[in-house]
Design a protein around this ligand. Structure first.
Ligand code: MG
Ligand code: ZN
Length: 219
């Protein structure tokens, strides 16, 4: 019971910080995008490609969380965007407080897009609001069509679901109809995108979606 109580208080504190983050982003006109997925689903690859293609028109920065290493931060920095790498040690999700501290290191003036690459994990990141304006959950074709059914909480909280690595659908034996059905049954609220960051297939609608959301004044 005491453990439950502690967890509840931590989540309440997290929600308070998330509200402060959200109003900061709103006041600065920054669209913050929380990117969630299991390890290896292609979060960093999607962000690399998105930054390369959008950064010129919409100044962007990234906060990237990993348990260990700064490999992803170094990859993303090649785009020219400002990147803050967080290494969380044993903490398997990002918290609003970590994002607030990371954002202090970023130039917010003129910034339009802030991507937050969460720790690869489909479980507890679902419970931590970071103050984002958009929550995007990735599902790669190499993972299996039933991921949304197995991890409903995170998919239910998604504004958008992005099916990644579509160029590998054939070799992976991916059942697109089953995946579509699973996403629709668990996350009917989500906009769904199918794309390959490697070949560029399907990126247009994803960029149009981000730009539409930017047009809504962020937040
Ligand atoms: Mg990554
Ligand atoms: Zn966690």
């Amino acid at each position: 019971l005491q453990v439950l109580e502690v967890n509840r208080n931590l989540l309440i504190k997290n929600d308070e910080q998330a509200r402060r983050n959200r109003s900061l982003f709103k006041s600065r006109g920054v669209l913050a995008v929380n990117v969630l997925a299991s390890p290896g689903a292609g979060k960093t690859a999607l962000l690399e490609r998105t930054l390369a293609d959008l950064c010129g028109r919409h100044p962007a920065a990234v906060v990237v969380g990993d348990l260990a290493t700064d490999h992803d931060g170094r990859r993303l920095r090649r785009s020219g965007a400002a990147v803050v790498q967080l290494t969380t040690g044993t903490v398997c999700h990002l918290e609003a407080e970590m994002v607030a501290r990371a954002v202090e290191q970023l130039p917010l003036d003129g910034l339009r897009l802030l991507f937050i690459e969460n720790v690869g994990n489909l479980v507890c990141p679902a419970g931590y609001d970071l103050g984002e304006g958009l929550r995007v959950v990735l599902l790669s074709v190499t993972e299996g069509e039933d991921k949304p059914l197995k991890y409903p909480k995170i998919f239910k909280s998604a504004d958008a679901v992005v099916v990644t690595k579509t160029d590998l659908a054939g070799p992976a034996g991916f059942d697109a109809a089953a995946a579509r059905g699973a996403i629709e049954s668990v996350a009917p609220q989500a906009e769904v995108f199918w794309l390959s960051a490697r070949t560029g297939e399907g990126l247009g609608p994803w960029y149009a979606y981000l730009e539409r959301r930017l047009g809504h004044g962020a937040g």
